[in-house]
Design a protein around this ligand. Structure first.
Ligand SMILES: Cc1cc2nc3c(=O)[nH]c(=O)nc-3n(C[C@H](O)[C@H](O)[C@H](O)COP(=O)(O)O)c2cc1C
Length: 275
């Protein structure tokens, strides 16, 4: 049996469970005093373009939101689970003009591209400037931030995802009971892995059949194109190859076509390398 639940303010942290990223956002107020507070209403936004952004939701009278509106800059610091007590300290309602970090073991370090400091103990950090601010009436203030720099602990850079997940040990926010008791989990020992694979009954992209010869490198690039796009990519590339009076689709022709239709070279590079 299922039961419909009344939708109330704070519904997202009421009965509904919504695992979240835990971040500590650092900002500066107009006088240049540092402010820090935990924020979890945060999502990646505009992921395919060269202008990667994050979208964050705030109580409009929070010091963080006010500072962002006034200065246009903020830093998203992701702490490890070992710093949850410090993170909770920054959640307390300290008065305006107080730097919450002074009551924690976090160390402020200069950021690379923006004025608010970063937190040394956080393994992954995004420095942002404001792209757009939306103030919903009597509700959330939404900030869309352009990511100016992504900064991580050096040892993480060449690690595979599994090792990186374990090394960073990011907590997962599991919401609160009446905005007083906050629950967190970690993945650690319970990490599972699932491979995407092909659909069971129909090969995804099975209608994506080449009519011409493709050289090895061009074929490799095609296989790195997401399956739902392959048919369209094959048709366009073969038409372009014929226009160029070539008989074989090569990686060069593939790249030339992509460039001519305004495809981002960095997206192309991901298709080429498969990374
Ligand atoms: C784990 C956690 C996540 C939170 N996420 C948010 C959030 O996304 N948006 C928000 O407005 N408040 C959030 N809060 C509450 C603010 O952190 C809290 O109101 C804090 O005092 C604000 O600090 P500030 O006024 O210095 O910005 C969160 C609190 C915790 C403990």
């Amino acid at each position: 049996m299922k039961k419909e639940i009344k939708i109330k303010p704070f519904w997202y942290s009421d009965i509904w469970l919504w695992p979240k990223l835990i971040t500590i956002i650092t900002t500066l107020d107009k006088e240049g005093t540092v402010n820090a507070g935990p924020y979890s209403h945060i999502m990646q936004y505009d992921v395919m373009t060269k202008n990667p952004r994050m979208i964050v939701g705030f109580r409009q009278d929070s010091h963080t939101f006010v500072n962002i509106c006034e200065t246009g800059e903020f830093v998203v610091n992701c702490p490890s689970a070992s710093h949850l007590d410090d993170m909770m300290e920054t959640a307390k309602f300290y008065p305006e003009g107080v730097n919450e970090l002074e009551f924690t073991s976090f160390t402020s370090i200069p950021s690379k591209k923006v004025k608010p400091p970063s937190l040394k103990e956080c393994p992954q950090i995004a420095e942002c400037t404001v792209d757009e601010i939306i103030k919903l009436e009597k509700s959330t203030g939404i900030v869309i931030g352009t990511i100016e720099a992504i900064v991580v602990d050096e040892k993480l850079v060449d690690m595979g995802r599994e090792d990186r997940i374990r090394a960073m040990d990011l907590p997962i926010g599991m919401g609160d009971e009446a905005r007083q008791v906050y629950y967190h989990g970690t993945v650690g020992e319970n990490l599972t892995q699932h491979t995407l694979g092909q659909p069971k009954n129909a090969m995804q992209g099975a209608d994506a059949v080449t009519a011409m010869d493709w050289d090895k490198e061009a074929m490799k690039m095609l296989m790195n194109v997401p399956p739902p796009l392959r048919k369209m990519v094959i048709e366009n590339t073969e038409e372009f190859t014929q226009e160029k009076k070539a008989e074989v689709v090569t990686a060069e022709l593939f790249t030339e076509l992509a460039k001519s239709v305004g495809m981002d070279p960095e997206v192309m590079e991901r298709f080429r390398s498969g990374g």
